[in-house]
Design a protein. Structure first.
Length: 128
């Protein structure tokens, strides 16, 4: 069994989330792609006070981040796509195949995803 001190555990988590200020992320849109790929996805958020939160997520890991980089990665380079991963998210295109079956069955009221959504909606309504 491996044991870690609190400091080592904190450093490990910060490193895994690319928040320790030490990375080899390039200061261009390839760096933005590498962040999304490393994290697995970046969740979109419709709330905006200063900027929408996914921009903050990327900016905290890439100080030279510009929202145009994200747009270029999706629109021009087609290296990321927007879909309902865990929630509305930007995901690396290399993972598209894992979501294809959900996309193909998105309008099937008998699909597992639709049943889960209806069940979750019913549970939320009962809590109110």
């Amino acid at each position: 069994m491996t044991t870690l001190s609190k400091s080592e555990a904190r450093n490990l988590v910060l490193h895994a989330q690319l928040l320790n200020g030490v990375s080899d992320i390039t200061p261009d849109k390839n760096g933005i792609y590498n962040i999304i790929d490393h994290l697995g996805y970046v969740q979109l958020d419709t709330l905006s006070v200063v900027k929408r939160s996914h921009h903050h997520t990327l900016w905290n890991r890439h100080p030279k981040y510009d929202s145009e980089m994200l747009l270029e990665l999706q629109r021009d380079d087609k290296r990321i796509f927007e879909y309902w991963g865990h929630a509305a998210s930007y995901l690396p295109m290399k993972d598209y195949r894992f979501y294809q079956h959900r996309m193909n069955n998105a309008d099937d009221p008998n699909s597992k995803w639709e049943r889960d959504q209806l069940e979750n909606t019913a549970i939320s309504s009962n809590r109110s």
